[in-house]
Ligand binder design. Sequence first.
Ligand code: MD3
Ligand code: FE
Length: 209
Amino acid sequence: RRIADGAVHVPGWLSPEQQRWIAARFRGWAAGPVPPRAAVLPGGHPMSVQTVCLGWHWQPYRYTREAFDVNGRRVLDFPDWMVRLGRKALAATGSLPETAAAYTPDTALVNFYDDAAKMGMHQDKDERSAAPVVSLSIGDSCVFRFGNTESRGKPYTDLVLRSGDLFVFGGSSRFAYHGVVKVHPGTAPQDCGLEHGRINITMRVTGLS
Ligand code: MD3
Ligand code: FE
């Protein structure tokens, strides 16, 4: 379960019913005012994942309140149920009860991976907070690469993230390089609510107002 300082993996934390419920929320966001989009990197290349932002709109590499790069609409609210889920997630990884209860994420990036999508090694440092990131996966499994804080290269650890898995990145792991090497198509469990592809939710504290 403990992968590194502050990095805790809890396989199968979400029940199939919770996975189906969240997959249905994703379909709602996808049909909503700010649909999933592939963010375009500063070099002009679109990312291969499709992202829905909640609370704050993320563009490489800043947070805004309006989705200027999609359709200019105001960003979707960060739902209360996700704050509660984030607190439960921290509690489940053994953080102090008072720390878990005070955790108040204000943004989430909800990434959809098709069969070919991946995410290169990067650090998440657009937030002005060192609060932990909570990650939840639904659908196809993937190879997740968890690296070090110095560079994109070795040493790193590859592990498989499956539908229902929880991962929390706090402490010195918060600013570690990480990425998604590949998705394993066709591995989504029958009962997860997603027929193909992979959803990953990362909740964060932006430290912005
Ligand atoms: C380690 N997402 O959205 S989740 C991202 O599966 C992102 O979609 C991946 O990396 C995905 O930025 C990986 C696991 C994760 C998320 C945030 C982290 C690992 C992290 C932040 C710091 C360290
Ligand atoms: Fe990341």
